[in-house]
Structures are given as structure tokens and as C-alpha cells.
Design a protein around this ligand. Sequence first.
Ligand code: G16
Length: 546
Amino acid sequence: MDTSFAHVTELAKTKYHRKSDRYINYGTAGFRTKAADLTHIMFRMGLLAVLRSKYKKATIGVMITASHNPVEDNGIKLVDPMGEMLAANWEHYASELANVTDSEVKTVLNKIIQEATIDMSEKSNIFLARDNRPSSVTLASAFLEGVSCFKSHFHDFGEMTTPMLHYVVRCENTQKRYGKPTEDGYYEKLGEAFLKLRGSKPSCPGLYKPRLILDAANGVGAEKVCLLKHHLNDALDIEVLNDGSDGILNHECGADFVKTRQKLPTGLPLKVGDRYVSFDGDADRIVYFYIDKNSKFHLLDGDKIACLVAKYLKDLLNTCELDLKLGNVLTAYSNGSAKEYISKTLGVDVACTPTGVKHLHHKATEYDIGIYFEANGHGTVIFSGHAEDVILNTAGNTELPIEKRVAAQKLCTLVDLINQAVGDSISDMLLIETILHSLGWDVEKWSNIYQDRPYSLCQVKVKDKSIFKTTFDEQRLIEPKELQDAIDELVAKYTEGRSFVRASGTEDIVRVYTEAKSLDEVKQLSFAVCEKVYDIGHGVGDRPVR
Ligand code: G16
């Protein structure tokens, strides 16, 4: 082992030395920053991933991506054995290891080995994948050089979507009970479940048409959807655009752009009556949209998806008469109307957590069936072991009336269609298409289940985002107190006004969310709050303009 450590120290000081002493945190979704500043972090995370694997005695996943961020950024996150996000105490280890001087790398590794009592003679295995950013290839090499220092096994899957990586990790660690740990295994599992749910029902029931147009954000999802299509037997006609052949990743397109700007992406021919869907760069978020006959843009974001899924699952559970606790986890960014629809119209429990899949996912496990979606389109459904057993028994109970068994069989197949490991644009898209097909709905009918309260999502660049400290629910600032007082004063002037400010964990910005009774009021309030953030929070660059 000594030899490996000598090699670690040598590489840490030479080929992978830390070029800047700017602190970088393991944030909402791992490390994210300019790709050029990440090389030493990749190497160090290669070392850490091996320790994590030895500690868990399981395969650990690693994804190189900066998801919705611009193409010049990149990032890395570690994925735990069941395809979930890295445990919080190891996030601290990751941040510590990323930020020490080159000569301290060995000391921190030893500290982790001792604190976590890691047996270094244990086997280890790493699954690596990356998105289609040009920088991802070199960063992957740096990561693998870290892995190789400890002579660990690894499998490099090359380009994959983030949720596919989560999927293969979970398959591997469940001895393939979750599916085959390969890209083909992923398409086969989802394709089979999707076709089974379509059954022999006509392809165009009611208002539903099996055609949709995909804005793939010029990301890795484009190629993967083309491959998936071979497994769908033409049941769904997906036209893939913004496929990376000429556009720039996430530039004026993709789920984050469409949600934040509440407008159409570039690169799509728009037609009234068509159904559009946007993925983000690594295909873990999804939003739908359409234009109505008056050329008005309508967005169906994570909130609308959560509501559709909750309605469908609640209906199926009612038909089966199963006493399973269904719950919906949202965040502060969820529209007030969505919370009202889920709790009042559907009578389904709503819980709120801070931003970040890890928080929502964790909370969703408290239900028998936990649906979680962030308004930005990141989400999935989790079935507890108990729920899966009850559903399976009901589906197979020949003494029950046929409609109950059929509904339970649908739930069984949904378990296979849904990527329970993490929010997944491809699996979510197939789920939404299944629900719309089953209800015979078009996108307009879905959109009208409730009307969003007018809202806006803005961002302000500040000198130091770390000064913004929020309460647990992220709806109020603890610091700077002066800024929260100013926001309170502004919000009090508006009927049904709501506005909060928090530092992004993935970008160097502060996000400002605002709701009010009318769009004009939203614009006024949001502008006033952005001005305060800029003035009190030491904004950089141009002052917000009306
Ligand atoms: C990541 C996280 C999401 C989060 C988003 C934005 O998404 O996985 O949970 O909502 O960042 O986070 P923040 O507001 O802290 O920047 P992605 O799609 O970028 O990986």
C-alpha cells in the first residue's frame, strides 16, 4: 500500500497539482465549476471513489457532467450503491480532499481510512460514465488515474446519461434484480414495460396522439433516445431535435432554459397541436410545453408532472383499493397552485424539502409510494419494498375482481418503467406518455388541471454567494438579515406575494423566486427583490434592469 501512496503523492504534486486555492464545495450535485479548474479534483475523486467502494463493499458510480450548466463547465458526482446520491458525511470528505494542498492529499486519505475504518485489502469496483462535453474525456482520464493508484477494478461506460449510470450501479449492486447492468439492458427494461402498458389499446385514444418533438439540449440524451426508439416498436413517434449535430450544449435550449426563461428553445419548428418535450444536458430533467391556437406558450414543468403522476397513481390505488400511503415531495420552488391541487383536489399528502435530489429522494422514502419532483423537472417515484409486495400479491390474486387485478398489474409494470434510482428524462417521458395515452389526454387537457400562479425565476451574480444563508426550507434568509427584512417589506405590498432568495449549489449565482397575483406584479416584485440582492448582497456585473 505504501507504494501506491508514494505514487499518489507524486501525481498529486506533479501531473494533477492544484492550480488555484479557491475553495470548491461538493454542492447540490457534486463539484461543478469551469472544466479547466477540475483536473486535480477528478484525480482526487478517483482516489475517494475507491475508498468509498471498499468501505461499502460495493460498486460505486461516478458521473462526469455539469448537467444544465454551460458547455465550458464540468463536474463530478459520486453515486452510492443503490443508485442514490453520495451520503452526506462523505460529501464532507469529498470537499476536504478537493481543497487541501497537494502534499496534504495523502494525510486526508489516511484520515478517511482511519475514521471510516476502511480495510484497504477489500476489493473495489467503480462504474464511470460521462456526458458529451468536449472536456469530459480528459477529465475521465484524470479520474481513472486516481482509481488506478489503488489498483481498483473499474468499468468505463463512456457516454451515458446520468440516470443510466445510476441505473447500472443499482443493477450491479442488486445482483441484477433491478435489471441488466448495461446500456442495452436499460433500453430493454424500459421498452418492455412501456409496450406492456400500452397493451392492445388503440394508439390514439381520445385526444392523445403518439407523436412528440424532443429538444435534447444538444446533450447526451439525443443519441440515447435514438437508440431507445428501436425498443418502442413505433408505438411512439419521437422527433429528436437540438441533437448536438450543430448547436451548443444547453445554449438557448434544454429543460433549464425553457423553465427559467419560460419561453421556447431555439431550433424547433413550432406547430399548434404538437407536443414538445425538453431534456437537460445529461437527461435527468424534463419539461413539456406547447403553443396554443393564439400562439401562447404553455409550460408543463416538474409541478405539472408531479400532479399528473399523483393523479394517475391515486386512481390506480383507488381501483385496487390498496391502503398504501401515497405522498408527494416538492420544494420551495413549487408553484402554490400545484401544492393546492395535490393536497386539496387529489387529497394526497405533500411534503417540502430543500432543493437537491438527495433531500427529496430521502423524504420520498417515508411513503409507501413517494413521488418527488422539483419544479425544474427533476424527479421520479419510489416504491417501498412493502408497496411492491402488496401490489404484486394483489396482481396475482385470482380471487379478486378482474379490474382490481388489472390495475395492480399496471402498477407492477410501472415499477419497471420508472427509474427509481433517480430522476430520469427518458423514463419520465415514457411514464408521462403512458399516463396521457391511458387517460386519452392531449397536453392542453393536462395543462388545464390547474392554472399556475404567476411566477418568475431570476438570477443575480454576486461577489460571494456563501454569505447567503437560508432557513432549512429555503424560504427565508438568515443572513444577510438586512436583505430578508427588505424582502419582507417588499412582499408585504403585494397580494398573494411570495419571494425568496437562495444561493445556487451548481452555479455561481443567487436565485430569486417570486410569485404574485398577476404577471405585472410578479415582474415589479421580482425586479425590486433583485435590486436589493444586488445592493445588499454585493452584486457584480450589471445592476438588474427593468
Ligand atoms: C441539480 C440537482 C437538482 C437541483 C439543480 C439546481 O440538477 O440535481 O436537484 O434542483 O441542480 O440546483 P441549484 O438551484 O442549487 O443550482 P442538475 O440537473 O443540474 O444536475
